[in-house]
Design a binder for this molecule. Structure first.
Ligand code: 3H9
Length: 711
């Protein structure tokens, strides 16, 4: 039990052993008496989730202390890194086991003795709801409290939607629950969510003192469920809920949970407590049993699994990373540098000319200053980050760094030249990384005498914002270099996905068929706007044509041996939004509208290439045509061993391409609709359009066996 954090060990050492009365020890709950105050400590690593063991522990500990007449009040505290992180997410979808959370909460709320929740680190989801059934809450300044269930496609289903509005009013409660926003102890105190902020490192002692004070003052047993003041003021104010719906429609398009959350909070305002709880339960169960929530829960674990490489040793000490070198101060190199600067890691930034260097550093400074203007960081932090940059025009300076990341333009000869030079300059144990998005990392490594030190670190643009990092393990990359790179990626807050070497690695490779099919169907008679709408309705932020217009047609470096719509658009000066026209026409506010000229170009290209015209495809047909080949490519990536697991592919697509998380990513989505349907669809396309649609062997095998791609 790690109790040091909140001063338990020291206090326990001062106690007379007779005073510490262990009524019972379960695997998760420990209880003792400190004079008149009972203390229940839950210790269930890693995050004290409210799984069956914890529920049993709580149930028996509370019953025992309730029945002990010498105990006048009870402090509930957690050992380890955090207060309860919520219900055990892995239990959803399984047969529920008694005691249920609701039973335990009812026991605590009706105990007849004051119960004080003592919060450190985070009280999230069911953990926050448990704190709300206690009579009082105290927390250390660093604690955070929130109801993030919406991120799992759920709503707080253990009274959170009924009790939080009673404490802080429905408007604020909606703000927290709809967006899964957590608040710190100071804000929680100001809003009335907690009763006292106690000293860091002395949580237990001060919680016990608080409990003793409540007993001494003979305070009545207040229960959040009995509070009426906050919700009474909000009755007959339907505009609160209309505003929440409008906000949710804008920020959470396609997600089911927000509407159920709003309905549950409406119930808190309009119904008596017990009926509100009943309504919350119905709305919770509806979400819990939805495919969306199953997908989002799957994604929660997928993201955490991605960083794990079975059998990989921990990073060795001689690969300690204290300084990073970045070659290239362009958009990519600058964004990459910011990740390290923000994490407090010094960066040597190398360019070929003073002008390029100054420009790159200027952009980094502007980005930080913009963040400061928006209140995300302080002016002091801006300067702290900027002070960590060492600008350089001399490659020899990279001899001082522990990792070099090359971010120059995509040409094999240029990259090989750089790596050959690095080989001579870099420290013996330095990691040599390339940010290439499609070149062969083995060939780059071959330019050095130490291919074991070389790997790909593929950042996504904007590199300081996008959370995905593909860690490309080349044929000879050593395990220790891979381990150190994975550790580094979590230090800078990235979600690392390991990829083998192939054209486009995981994310770009798997999404290529979507673009190819989009380009194909517009030549067969479906409009770009229909394609974009189908994918927008599926849940992508933008369709492929709107995306190309945003990125700029001229920066998409691809030439084909035949006449293409894109090449014709470029010839006509239509480079995308920045030139006022691309696949769409744009007005001054960059609002798109369909273009007659584009329709004419498409018709000409189709005629010249002899492409047969068909009636426009509908939404469902477009989803099959554009996304089944993506699933197929994912299956190939998996069968070739490029990805470690199907869920890594989903993480790469969700974080790298904005694939809607509520479908779980292409692999989980394929499992949800059934692999047999995907295989049938692909075979039909193969018959019509050619063998590139033939289903991958893995897909056929899993489909025939009735298996899934994901675990
Ligand atoms: C809920 O409460 C529903 C109720 O309203 C109603 C019920 C009727 N369950 O994130 P980390 C695992 S829904 C099971 O890497 P950190 C996690 O998978 C819940 N497992 O640590 C990982 O396992 P592994 C609402 C969980 O320090 C390990 O713990 N609550 C849970 O970066 C460490 O996790 C939430 O949504 C869980 N609830 O962050 C909060 N939570 O080691 C979810 C974590 O095998 N949790 N694990 O990879 C979090 O946001 C973060 O874990 C937390 C710690 C901030 C707590």
């Amino acid at each position: 039990m790690d109790l040091q954090n909140f001063g338990m060990t020291a206090t326990a050492n001062r106690l007379d052993p007779d005073e510490i009365w262990n009524i019972q020890m379960t695997s998760a709950a420990h209880q003792e008496k400190r004079g008149e105050i009972g203390v229940i400590t839950i210790d269930s690593p890693p995050v004290n989730a409210l799984g069956i063991n914890v529920r049993r522990g709580l149930d028996s500990a509370f019953r025992a202390l309730r029945d002990d007449p010498a105990v006048k009040a009870i402090v509930l505290i957690c050992a380890g890194r955090t207060f309860f992180a919520g219900a055990d997410i892995s239990e959803f979808g399984k047969e529920p086991q008694a005691p249920l959370l609701g039973d335990v909460f009812a026991l605590i709320e009706n105990l007849g003795k004051p119960v004080i929740a003592a919060i450190h680190c985070t009280a999230l989801g069911g953990g926050c709801e448990l704190a709300l059934v206690c009579n009082y809450r105290v927390a250390v300044p660093s604690a955070r409290i929130g109801l993030p269930e919406v991120k799992l496609g759920l709503l707080p289903g253990a009274g959170g939607t009924q009790r939080l509005p009673r404490l802080i009013g429905p408007e604020l409660a909606l703000d927290l629950i709809l967006f899964g926003r957590s608040i710190d102890a100071a804000e929680a105190l100001r809003l009335g969510v907690i009763d006292k902020v106690v000293s860091e490192g002395a949580l237990l002692d001060e919680a016990i003192a608080f409990a003793a004070e409540m007993v001494a003052q003979g305070k009545p047993l207040t229960r959040v469920r009995d509070r009426e003041d906050q919700i009474a003021q909000s009755r007959d104010h339907p505009e609160i809920f209309a505003a929440a719906r409008a906000r949710a429609a804008k920020t959470a398009r396609g997600f089911l949970a927000p509407e159920n959350i709003i309905k549950a909070v409406e119930a808190a305002v309009s119904l008596p407590f017990d009926e509100g709880m009943q309504r919350e339960r119905e709305l919770f169960v509806e979400l819990r049993d939805s495919t969306q929530s199953a997908a989002q829960r799957y994604y929660f674990f997928a993201e955490r699994k991605a960083g794990k490489v079975p059998g990989l040793p921990t990073a060795p000490a001689d690969l300690k990373i204290e300084r990073v070198g970045v070659i290239g101060a362009g958009t990519m190199g600058g964004g990459i540098s910011m990740n390290f600067l923000s994490a407090g890691i010094p960066v040597t930034l190398l360019e070929m000319s003073q002008e390029a260097l100054d420009r790159g550093i200027g952009v980094i400074r502007r980005n930080y200053e913009n963040s400061a203007r928006r209140g995300r960081i302080s002016d002091v932090e801006v300067e702290r980050c900027m002070d960590l940059i060492t600008p350089s025009l001399d490659m020899g300076d990279l001899g001082e760094v522990d990792v070099v990341i090359e971010a120059v333009f995509e040409r094999m000869d240029v990259k090989q030249d750089i790596f050959a030079k690095l080989d001579k300059i870099a420290k013996p144990h330095a990691i040599l990384a390339t940010n290439t998005s499609f070149l062969n990392v083995d060939e780059i490594a071959a330019a050095t005498s130490r291919p074991e030190s070389v790997l790909g670190l593929h950042f996504f643009s904007p590199a300081n914002v996008m959370r995905l990092l593909e860690v490309v393990r080349a044929a000879r990359t050593s395990e220790s270099v891979l381990a150190a790179s994975m550790a580094l990626s979590s230090r800078i807050g990235k979600v690392a996905v390991v990829s083998g070497v192939c054209d486009g690695f995981i994310a770009n490779r798997i999404m290529t068929p979507r673009r190819e099919q989009a380009e194909a169907v517009i030549l067969e008679g479906t409009t770009p706007q229909d394609v974009d709408k189908a994918l927008y309705d599926f849940g992508f932020t933008m369709g492929p044509f709107a995306t190309m217009d945003l990125v700029g047609l001229d920066v998409i470096d691809r030439s084909e041996p035949y006449r293409t719509v894109k090449a014709d658009l470029l010839k006509a000066g239509r480079r995308g939004q920045k030139s006022g026209a691309g696949y769409y026409d744009y007005d001054e506010s960059r609002r798109p509208s369909p273009s007659e000229l584009v329709a004419k170009i498409i018709a000409e290209v189709a005629a010249e290439r002899g492409i047969v015209q068909h009636p426009p495809l509908n939404q469902e047909e477009l989803v099959c045509r554009l996304l089944y080949p993506v699933v197929n490519e994912g299956a190939r990536i998996l069968q070739e061993g490029i990805a470690q697991r199907a869920s890594d592919i989903d993480v790469a697509c969700i974080l790298g391409y904005g694939w809607p998380v509520y479908t779980g990513g292409p692999m989980f989505w394929a499992d949800s609709i059934g692999l047999a349907q995907i295989v049938t669809g692909l075979r039909a396309m193969a018959e019509r359009f050619g063998s590139q649609f033939e289903p991958a062997e893995l897909l056929v095998r899993k489909s025939e066996a009735g298996d899934r791609l994901t675990d």
